[in-house]
Design a protein around this ligand. Structure first.
Ligand code: SF4
Length: 266
């Protein structure tokens, strides 16, 4: 996933997974003098949640001597996630969950910040648990071909899209938590107030129950998809990246998903 001279942007939310990833990369990259690390935190603007996470992320970066870039929804889109949710309920737009807005807007924010700090790769702390949840969610949403694109190392499809890597994709969440506890690393334990409304939460419960009864099932799901991914990739029609006619960012449609979502609420 990594080369000896990479400039790596680590997506740090302040939770156990991303903070553990930051510590591990900071340790392993010390051996490579031409590598540099920068932490990126996206502040979505979630009252009573993100402030604590920002403090913890900043504290860890300071301790490790890592540059820390913070990007906010407010500066990028003109609204915090809380404001978007208020507007959404006033307009009675209850089709998309808060996480659906947040996920799309956060991906864009992360990419913009990584470009700003001139990173060649974005390392995210998606664990085996996240990966298997996403696989099942894609199936439940009837979008299995999406799995073809969500690889541990994304394809370089556009100059404006920074390549993403997932170093923890085969590591169970319990192990990243264990690492943080053993190393006495400070992380945010409070869950996001919007998390319970997402279908991901239900899938997490199902998978954890299965894993408890049949240890190793998350690995089996992950490995099964790894085996069929090449076939899925062949099936999926490659769409050319164009530029969104409103914001100029890469998009496969005339208007990108970010602009589509924002236009619903203004
Ligand atoms: Fe965003 Fe949902 Fe994650 Fe909260 S749980 S930070 S709303 S994606």
């Amino acid at each position: 996933m990594l080369k000896f001279d990479d400039r790596i942007a680590v997506a740090v939310s302040g939770g156990k997974d991303s903070i553990s990833l930051l510590h591990i990369l900071s340790k392993s990259e010390k051996e490579y003098s031409r590598t540099s690390l920068v932490a990126i935190t996206v502040d979505e603007g979630i009252r009573g949640y993100r402030d604590e996470a920002l403090e913890i992320a900043a504290e860890n970066c300071k301790k490790l001597g890592i540059e820390h870039e913070i990007i906010t929804f407010k500066e990028l889109y003109g609204y915090t996630l809380d404001e978007i949710m208020k507007k959404r309920s006033i307009k009675n737009l209850n089709i998309e969950t808060p996480c659906a807005y947040c996920g799309v807007l956060r991906r864009r924010a992360l990419n913009s910040a990584a470009r700003k700090v001139k990173a060649g790769k974005i390392a995210t702390a998606h664990t085996l648990d996240d990966e298997t949840q996403t696989i099942l969610l894609n199936i439940f949403h009837g979008d299995i071909l999406r799995t073809a694109r969500e690889k541990p190392i994304t394809d370089k499809t556009d100059l404006k899209l920074v390549q993403k890597i997932k170093p923890f994709c085969t590591i169970p969440e319990k192990e990243t938590a264990l690492y943080a506890y053993v190393k006495k690393i400070k992380f945010q334990a409070t869950p996001c107030p919007y998390a319970s409304s997402a279908m991901r939460n239900d899938v997490r419960v199902i998978l954890n129950r299965l894993e408890e009864k049949r240890p190793g099932i998350k690995f089996t799901i992950y490995k099964s998809i790894e085996r069929i991914r090449p076939s899925l990739e062949k099936t999926e029609k490659k769409q050319d990246m164009e530029r969104c006619c409103l914001c100029g960012e890469p998009s496969t449609e005339e208007i990108c998903r970010v602009c589509q979502l924002l236009s619903q609420i203004v």
